[in-house]
Design a protein around this ligand. Structure first.
Ligand code: ARG
Length: 446
């Protein structure tokens, strides 16, 4: 018997919901009073006792017992212990089925607000590091090969906008979480003259789930959150991957502050980027949680099934991982050091100004495809001669096209290439400054 109880219980993890369970029960008791299903004094005694129970749990005095299965049963049992039959009236016109969905929604609502704030915080750290290093130049990559020089600030601001979509997605999900299932009872509604709109208002929900069956049988609002969380972790994981690469000896672009790295037990020189690695690693778990709940839900007949108890561990795990990752990230970016010289030096001899050279010929009247052909040949042969673009004389340039003039030497300067990309969203300092200004406006608003 004990083994079965241990197998069935959820109290070991759903006790985390106690505050929401009590909040929901207080609203329910008030509704029962308002609708004259219980008397005024009964309602008041229930509310008072519920508040006492909340305190007992908060201060660690409350005794949990596996045989009572879940947080809902624990609180109701204690209520009856405290005030007898009056307490036993609380469960009129509701069921654990609407209660558990309610608790999950109340919990997730708070967590979404918190996570949205953490995203904004991280965005603020990104803005700061971008502004501090507005002029730093680094290689921009495609296929992890040097492509074109960019501003470091442009690179990091890219993550700002990814996170901004994450923030929006999360708040969008909030609208579907913020709907009250309370009063749906087991599945079919109730024969008591209840007022579901009233409890929804008391609990600050924007509306009620219309169908009582829908209210108790779906967990799509959790799945949606788990998908949002997966995207956030995917973004953090990509940033982590880049920071890991950039902090390696081969790149040497950045240095993470000591607390974010660890040493090796045998190699004294090691500074491993463990925080980045673990965020990248934990992304797997967060994706797993999404898959886990999608799979749990996929063939459940309507309405409530006990399978749905399996929504909690994935949700709690994802919330904790996400909050931990986001708050550490902000601190990590606040303390990261950028090696501007190393970044710039890495562009030497990489021919990443080749596009600018082709654009130069286009400005002198050549069609782009032709200019591309000429510059490809020029680059290939210059590499063969073990030279860089800077080493070429005007005479050498002219052997490829007569259109080359003295001004070509300015064109192939990295700084000139960056300054030229003034197009909307481009890497010129003015354009990136515009991105930063937009970013500041975004975080100022919320
Ligand atoms: N522990 C359950 C869960 O988390 C609560 C709802 C139980 N309802 C029921 N009819 N057994 O889903």
């Amino acid at each position: 018997m004990k083994k079965i109880e241990e197998f069935l219980e959820s109290i070991s993890f759903d006790k985390r919901l106690y505050k929401y369970d009590i909040q929901g029960s207080i609203a329910h008791a008030k509704m029962l009073t308002k609708c004259k299903i219980i008397t005024d004094s009964e309602g008041k005694r229930i509310v008072k006792a519920l508040k006492e129970i909340e305190k007992e749990i908060k201060t660690g005095k409350f005794k949990f017992n596996l045989s009572l299965e879940d947080i809902h049963t624990h609180i109701e049992k204690r209520l009856i212990e405290k005030i007898g039959d009056i307490g036993a009236k609380l469960h009129t016109a509701r069921s654990r089925n609407d209660q558990v969905s309610l608790d999950m929604r109340l919990f997730l609502r708070d967590e979404i607000k918190e996570i949205a704030k953490l995203i904004r915080n991280l965005q603020k750290s990104i803005l700061k590091v971008a502004e501090r290093n507005i002029d730093a130049i680094m290689p921009g990559y495609t296929h992890l090969q040097h492509a074109q020089p960019i501003l470091f600030s442009h690179w990091i601001m890219t993550y700002f906008f990814m996170l901004d979509r994450d923030w929006e997605r999360l708040l969008n999900t909030f609208d579907r979480v913020n709907v009250s299932p309370l009063g749906a009872a087991a599945l079919a509604g109730t024969s008591y003259p209840t007022d579901r709109e009233y409890t929804a208002r008391l609990l600050d929900f924007s509306k009620v789930v219309q169908s009582s069956m829908d209210a108790v049988s779906d967990r799509d609002f959790i799945i949606e959150f788990l998908a949002d969380a997966s995207l956030i972790m995917m973004h953090l994981s990509r940033l982590s991957e880049e920071l890991i690469l950039f902090s390696s000896k081969e790149f040497g672009f950045i240095e993470l502050a000591d607390p974010f790295t660890t040493g090796s037990s045998i190699m004294p020189q090691k500074r491993n980027p463990d925080v980045c690695e673990l965020i990248r690693g934990k992304t797997g778990r967060v994706y797993g949680n999404l898959m886990s709940l999608l799979t749990t839900m996929k063939s459940l007949p309507l309405a409530y099934n006990r399978d749905m108890q399996e929504d909690k561990i994935p949700l709690f795990g994802t919330v904790d991982t996400l909050k931990g990752s986001l708050s550490l990230y902000a601190k990590m970016l606040d303390t990261v050091k950028i090696d501007k010289k190393k970044m710039l030096a890495s562009l030497e001899g990489d021919f990443s100004m080749a596009t600018d050279l082709a654009d130069y010929l286009v400005r002198k009247g050549l069609p782009f495809r032709k200019a591309h052909q000429i510059v490809s040949k020029l680059v290939k042969e210059t590499i063969k001669k073990k030279k860089d673009l800077d080493d070429l004389t005007l005479k050498e340039f002219k052997t490829y096209s007569k259109l080359f003039g003295r001004d070509v030497f300015d064109t192939i300067k990295v700084k000139a290439g960056i300054a030229a990309r003034k197009s909307l969203g481009g890497t010129a300092k003015e354009s990136v400054k515009r991105l930063i200004a937009q970013g500041k406006e975004i975080v100022r608003k919320a």
